[in-house]
Design a protein around this ligand. Structure first.
Ligand code: CMP
Length: 242
């Protein structure tokens, strides 16, 4: 049997290797990263497991190691509004730790997922001790606020078709990889999820996707969405609601 202490060292090595590719830890030397990795625990969640509920008290900060997590709020009529979907390398759960309030949304896995977790006091100590990590976190939060602003604008001024097109553009921006056919969205989303991102019904999301396919704006390859046009054109189309 391998003694527990060696097992833990092995996990820390593995987490260090992973954290090297995570945006918010860029700029840290390997030995510093190893110290950071020591603070993390690794937890496995099956598909559709709730990591935490909105309005719960929050005690952990999370980094997605593999799999994916959706962040959503429930509207009064019970409909889900998806704020974002996070995949490997993304973090979440920082807000309740920073402002000492309750969770602002619910987090649920979309597939079997491994999360790295950091407890409140270690997170607070880390951001006080390592300003480069704090700055990286602020950069990501600024990007998320920009995207949230764009969503607010879309919800206020666009019809359902425009919102679906915008949600497709957002998926392209966050998960798109160039391919010979166009921008291939690495994340597989269901029509219901697209509808929840766009604040519309599944039927409408399906209809708009079909229209977009007929117009040659998107296609599907092995169940992955491919955006044929560039994102700017797509966003302009969304604005005009065409
Ligand atoms: P927290 O409020 O602790 O728990 C829910 C988490 O969801 C929150 O921290 C953020 O990490 C994340 N979150 C909340 N709102 C948004 C948003 N509009 N866009 C992206 N992520 C969000």
């Amino acid at each position: 049997m391998i003694p527990k202490i060696f097992e833990r060292e092995k996990i820390t090595e593995e987490i260090t290797g992973f954290l090297q590719q995570v945006d918010i830890f860029t700029g840290l030397k390997k030995k510093d990263l190893f110290q950071v990795a020591r603070l993390f625990n690794q937890t496995y969640y099956p598909r559709q497991a709730v990591v935490f509920f909105q309005v719960e008290k929050g005690d952990h900060f999370y980094v997605v190691k593999s799999g994916s997590v959706k962040i959503f709020r429930l509207a009064e009529d019970g409909r889900e509004v998806i704020l974002d979907v996070f995949t490997a390398g993304d973090f979440f759960g920082e807000m309740a730790l920073l402002d000492d309030d309750t969770r602002s949304a619910t987090a649920q896995t979309r597939e079997p997922t491994i999360l790295l977790t950091l407890n409140r006091s270690d997170f607070q100590e880390l951001i006080q001790r390592r300003p480069e990590i704090t700055l990286n976190i602020i950069t990501v939060l600024s990007r998320r606020l920009r995207q949230a602003n764009a969503v607010i604008e879309n919800f206020a001024f666009q019809d359902a078709r425009g919102r679906v097109i915008h949600a497709v553009a957002k998926l392209g921006l966050n998960y798109g990889k160039p391919s010979p056919e166009g921008l291939r969205v690495g994340l597989r989303v269901t029509h219901q999820e697209l509808a929840s991102l766009a604040g519309t019904s599944r039927e409408t999301a399906t209809r708009v996707l079909l229209e977009m396919q007929n117009e040659g704006l998107v296609s599907f390859k092995l169940h992955h969405l491919v955006i044929r046009d560039d994102l700017e054109t797509l966003k302009k189309l969304a604005k005009r609601g065409e």
